[in-house]
Design a binder for this molecule. Structure first.
Ligand code: DQA
Length: 143
């Protein structure tokens, strides 16, 4: 199984950015633990991070023939990007949305995720462990 993990804007700053909310691990450290978990389960994880909405849209569109599932943290784009929602809806592979923080107990403008309307499910508030749970679902739970 090949799984693509997409992270949106400012997630390249993890480890330095609002550590009290997003934790102290860097994106490279999180990705390494996802890779290891995938390998231990006979799967491969691939990674893409961009601060640019259009790049994320293009990557999702290109992914449909290459991967068996996508884990995406669209970051701030979650709250307003219909372009990313449409891209998710345009592909047939399962997409799981992950948020490090619990978006429901933060500012009102974070409560709504428009991109989540295209996903199979959402994991929020469990920190970097959310990516592993999403991967586990794609590897085992979706069967
Ligand atoms: C986030 C939550 C978003 O509201 C925020 O804009 C982010 C990260 C999270 O992982 O908790 O950048 O998606």
């Amino acid at each position: 199984m090949k799984i693509l993990v997409i992270n949106g804007p400012n997630l390249n700053l993890l480890g330095k950015r609002e550590e009290n909310i997003y934790g102290s691990k860097t994106l490279a450290e999180i990705n390494a633990s996802i890779s290891e978990y995938a390998k231990n389960n006979n799967a491969e994880a691939y990674f893409f991070q961009s601060n640019i909405e259009g790049e994320i849209v293009s990557k999702i569109g290109e992914s449909r023939k290459e991967y068996d599932g996508i884990i995406i943290n669209p970051a701030a784009y979650s709250h307003y990007s219909i372009a990313i929602l449409d891209a998710i809806r345009a592909i047939s592979i399962p997409v799981i949305e992950v948020h490090l923080s619990n978006i429901y107990k933060r500012e009102d403008y974070r409560e709504k995720s428009v991109t989540a309307k295209g996903s199979v499910g959402v994991i929020a508030g469990l920190g970097h462990y959310g990516y592993i749970l999403a991967l586990d679902f794609l590897l085992k739970g979706s069967k």
